[in-house]
Every structure is written in C-alpha cells, then in structure tokens.
Design a protein around this ligand. Structure first.
Ligand code: BTN
Length: 242
C-alpha cells in the first residue's frame, strides 16, 4: 500500500490513470487530495466537492485478473466496503443505491467511479474513485438529494481516520473477491440494496414515469425490475433513473 497526498489536482482518477501510463505502480496505490478541481462522475457527469471538507481519492489495483463477466462483483466489493464503514458510524437509513451510490434515505452521501483496463476479456487493472461527502454542510441548489456525514451526525468526522477505515475495509472486500466468493458478495449487496422489493416510481429515457419493484441484479449487472403486469425487465444504467 502506498499513499500519495496532493494539495490539489484536477481528478484523482485522471492523475492515477496518467501516472500508470509511464510508471509501474504498486498495487493499492492511493491518491487523495484536499481540493479536487475537476472531479469526474459516472456517465460523464462532474463531481463537485468543497475543498478541505470531504474525501476525494482513488485507489489503483493491479493484476486483478477478473473475468469481464464478473465485473459486477468488483462493484459490489467496493460499494460494500464504504457501506460497512458508514454502517459502523450509525448513519440512519443507509443503503447502496444501484449501481454504487451510497445513500441515507434518498440522499446521496458517496459516489464511486470505477475505471477498468481490460485485456483479453479480463479486468487487469482498475482505478477505484471515491467521493464521500464528509464535513460539507451546504450544497449547490442544482444538486438535489445530497447530504454529508456532518449533516446526519451533527459533528465533524476526521478525514484521515475515515480514509484509513475505508482502505482497510476495501482490502477485506477485495480479498473476498479474490477468493471468488461471488455469491457472498451478491447476497450482502442485495441485503442492503436501496428500495429492493418495494414498489416505487422509475423514469425511462423518454422521461416517462412508471411503477415497478426492484427484484435483483442480472448476470451483466443490470437492474431487474418487476413491472405492473408482473413481467420482469432488466435495465442498464443509461436506460433508467430513480
Ligand atoms: C458518481 O457518483 O458519479 C461518481 C463520483 C466519483 C467521484 C470520485 S472523487 C475521487 C475520484 N476522482 C474523480 O474524478 N472522481 C472520483
């Protein structure tokens, strides 16, 4: 394990990606910054984080040797590591919102951006980017349904210790992954999946609302939703929002 601390950087994921192009990086190299100026989120979104208040960091994993068909289990391992650390802090109504947001109720606390490098149908190296709202109290009006640990616990949380706890738990979950205990990861993920088996409204790509119930995750990592007529359909990340 190696820790690189930067005062400021555009994106810790981009930094690690660029560095890995011309350097042989140690497995579990962590890059953390107090001020991420151009953070990236899923689906080309941006991740905005107030300087010195939150955790924005990335972890470089090498030689994972994970068949691409088992990609979803890497996502489970990462999401479960954050979930487990926050569960210990007694965050109310904590859940993992598919695919990998960590939420309290319907408010997002943490976002995860996993960027894999694939060779011959196998994930070799991966950059795990984590943005966790810790001590930030106010958020832009344009960001709906977000919160922080401080807003929920009404006290400051020390950033270095939190980072240490997450990295420790991430290593534990990655060990489970390396031991190919896939069913265990899936069971643990489904147990804490936001709104599973509850009727709720979804929005499709045409912005139409429909009623459904989350029933599980498909082989490929899509979400399986039971529709009103009791048929089940799977949706990819670009096909649905809720
Ligand atoms: C999302 O929910 O859209 C994912 C957000 C991921 C943000 C983190 S912050 C650290 C790392 N560096 C980035 O540029 N993004 C990830």
């Amino acid at each position: 394990m190696k820790l690189i601390k930067l005062n400021a950087i555009n994106s810790t994921n981009t930094f690690l990606k660029d560095l890995s192009k011309n350097t042989i990086l140690e497995n579990f190299t962590i890059v953390v910054t107090e001020n991420q100026t151009n953070g990236r989120g899923q689906q080309e979104s941006s991740w905005v984080s107030e300087p010195n208040k939150n955790l924005t960091f990335s972890v470089y994993l090498c030689d994972l040797n994970l068949d691409i068909s088992n990609k979803k289990y890497l996502n489970y391992a990462v999401s479960l590591s954050i979930f487990s650390v926050l569960k210990n802090k007694n965050i109310p109504n904590l859940a993992i919102k598919w695919p990998n947001d960590i939420v309290s109720g319907n408010k997002k606390l943490c976002g995860i951006l996993i960027e894999n490098s694939i060779q011959k149908n196998s994930i070799q190296n991966s950059i795990i980017g984590i943005g966790l709202n810790v001590n930030q109290e106010r958020f832009s009006e344009t960001l709906k349904n977000v919160t922080s640990l401080k807003n929920l616990l009404h006290k400051d949380v020390e950033l270095d210790n939190l980072l240490k706890d997450i990295c420790f738990e991430l290593q534990n979950q990655l060990l489970i992954l390396s031991e190919k205990k896939y069913q265990m990861l899936e069971d643990n993920y489904l147990k804490v999946l936001y709104q599973i088996h509850k009727a709720m409204m979804f929005k499709n790509t045409e912005n139409e609302l429909f009623l459904g119930i989350i029933r599980g995750i498909s082989e490929t990592g899509n979400i399986i939703i039971e529709l009103e007529n009791e048929t089940k359909r799977e949706f990819g990340i670009k096909e649905i929002s809720f």
